[in-house]
Write a new protein. Structure first.
Length: 612
């Protein structure tokens, strides 16, 4: 019989890491160490070692014992370590993402800066070369559209985020828009553009006090504002603006002496201030300003003879002095100065025949010189130059009918030519010219009632129309036209009593109305008023036009003896205006009408080489 072996296996018991677990507070850590050591060093009885129990075999030692301070501390360290590793991983991820975003932002910023530079370059072209080319062909309508588009670009950008270049471009755009609006006969819109440019130019100049271009731009905006005020007859406001520009330029020149751009701007301000002085009748002060401008422009032109803008302004300086010479009664010097201006403008126009601005300047000086030649007795040359001026202005105006300056030239020089045509016996041609001029001035004065020059020039056209009506034998119409002229001139005279052009126009209107009047008393009163208009001039009393009107009034008032000294002064000065000659013939006054007209060959410095 065999034997059966039975193997009894104890049920598996879970493995425990710790044999003893003692729970205690950390503040009892010192006391807890004693039972820990006692338990771990306890000697288990030999007979019990290896005995199976529900918790496994009895070990030789009750070890290890769970140590709260050690085990939990290690767990905290491990937990902190794991947390730190996790945070490091997250930080590395965030850093990687941030770096990627930073690179992307840098690329985007670089692309945006490149696009902004390209946009600024395009705007610079629009405001620079393109604008200049459009100005040369007299396309004010297209210029306005270009400048408006540039302004819309700037308005899309916050003003406080503009770069210095963009800020300068915005100032330039507003200036150009103002100038276009002014040329179109919209002074209100022009002034608004200039005033919008002023704080931007001030900010640019304040941020860059050492930059001559920024200072010049700031002064230029003040100058443009002054021009609008001057055209409106607001002389105090104009003077304030010009004085501000002058102060800016002088401060800037202290930092950068002899800077050409600043010097040029200062010369222009001298010109503007001279115009204000002249309109106020302060002819000596105006003369100082004009001569200062001449000195500066000569210096600049000597520095850069090829600079067309500077040469043009040198011609303007000669023109200003020619006007004052005429007011002093020096017809020879006036013709000489105007001839110098014409010579300069002719050279510039021939050098750039497509430049409309150059041609416009030549038109003006040709008309002025022609009118002065006629006063000196050279009626044929005077009419030739005036006719050429009218024809040129008409041709240019056809390219841009919105150009108010060209329209003004057609009407003004047409009226002056009509006067000479009438006095030369061509009444029909004179009527055609003034009919066109009257319609132009009617439109311009309605477009801008604040423009004092247009109001006065419209009145001058009505005076010529009245003289033509009287020549046709229609005294009633002549009186109405002269009265209409006086209605325009009276408020202008009240506002600017010393403006020479207004004084001359008012005296002429009174004399024409008196000649057409059917009432002797009314005619006498008008002639007395005309005499007073001319006699009460504070300055420029030797102006031959003023003397001629005064002599005419005295002769009509039967004061021939009083008129004789005036007539002699006119004769000695070479004054041979056809209107005066006709009046003297009517009153049987001997006057040499066939003497050679005043001619002078002007030198480059404004003198005369000789006369005959």
């Amino acid at each position: 019989m065999g034997m059966t072996r039975v193997t009894i296996q104890a049920a598996p018991v879970p493995a425990f890491r710790y044999r003893v677990f003692v729970s205690y507070s950390h503040q009892d850590d010192g006391w807890a160490r004693w039972p820990h050591r006692a338990l771990e060093s306890y000697a288990v009885p030999r007979r019990m070692i290896g005995r199976p129990t529900a918790f496994g075999s009895v070990p030789r030692k009750l070890w290890p014992t769970f140590r709260v301070s050690d085990e939990l501390g290690r767990r905290d360290v491990q937990r902190r370590t794991r947390r730190a590793v996790a945070l490091a991983v997250v930080a590395a991820g965030v850093m990687a993402i941030t770096s990627a975003l930073a690179v992307q932002a840098w690329l985007a910023r670089h692309a945006a800066e490149r696009r902004q530079k390209e946009a600024e370059d395009l705007v610079a072209f629009m405001l620079g070369d393109l604008n200049d080319k459009l100005a040369q062909v007299a396309r004010l309508d297209v210029m306005a559209a270009v400048d408006d588009r540039a302004i819309r670009y700037f308005q899309a950008q916050p003003a406080d985020e503009l770069s210095a270049r963009s800020l300068a471009q915005r100032v330039s755009a507003l200036e150009k828009i103002g100038s276009v609006r002014l040329d179109q006969g919209q002074p209100g819109d022009a002034l608004a553009s200039y005033q919008a440019a002023l704080p931007l130019a001030a900010r640019l100049a304040g941020n860059r006090p050492q930059d001559a271009a920024s200072q010049a731009a700031f002064a230029e905006v003040h100058g443009f504002i002054g021009i609008v005020h001057w055209r409106q007859g607001r002389l105090d406001d104009a003077q304030t603006s010009y004085a501000a520009a002058q102060a800016i330029l002088r401060r800037a020149l202290e930092q950068t002496p002899d800077d050409p751009a600043l010097t040029f701007q200062l010369a222009l301000v001298d010109n503007h201030i001279g115009h204000v002085m002249e309109m106020r009748g302060q002819l000596d002060d105006a003369d100082k300003q004009y001569r200062r401008m001449l000195v500066l422009m000569r210096r600049l032109v000597d520095l850069q003879p090829a600079n067309g803008e500077w040469a043009e302004s040198l011609g303007i300086a000669y023109n200003n002095l020619g006007k004052l010479a005429l007011m002093r009664g020096d017809l020879g010097d006036a013709v000489a100065k105007y001839s110098l201006d014409e010579r300069l403008q002719t050279r510039l126009s021939l050098a750039d025949p497509k430049n409309i601005d150059r041609r416009g300047n030549l038109i003006s000086v040709q008309a002025i010189l022609g009118r002065t030649q006629a006063l000196a007795g050279d009626v044929a040359s005077g009419m030739e130059r005036l006719q050429h001026a009218v024809d040129e202005a008409t041709e240019l105006a056809a390219l841009d009918p919105s150009n108010a300056d060209l329209q003004e030239q057609i009407a003004l020089y047409g009226t002056q030519l009509a006067r000479l045509r009438r006095l030369s016996g061509d009444l029909l041609a004179a009527i055609r010219l003034t009919t066109k001029a009257e319609s132009i001035f009617l439109r311009l004065t309605r477009q801008d009632p604040s423009n004092a020059a247009w109001q006065r020039e419209y009145a001058e056209t009505l005076v010529e129309r009245a003289a033509q009506s009287r020549a046709l034998g229609d005294a009633a119409v002549a009186r109405q036209q002269a009265q209409a002229a006086l209605r325009l001139l009276t408020p202008l005279r009240t506002k600017q009593p010393d403006d020479r052009a207004t004084v001359l126009a008012m005296a002429s209107a009174r004399l024409v109305q008196a000649n057409a009047s059917a009432d002797p008393g009314t005619a006498h009163a008008l002639r007395v008023d005309a005499f007073r208009d001319t006699a009460n001039a504070k300055r420029g009393k030797d102006d031959p036009r003023l003397l001629a009107l005064r002599a005419e009034a005295l002769l009509a008032l039967e004061r021939k003896d009083d008129a004789a000294p005036l007539i002699e002064r006119l004769r000695a000065g070479g004054y041979r205006d056809a209107a005066l000659l006709a009046v003297l013939r009517d009153h049987r006054v001997d006057y040499p009408a066939d003497e050679p007209p005043v001619r002078q060959v002007a030198t480059a410095d404004g003198g005369a080489l000789g006369s005959r």
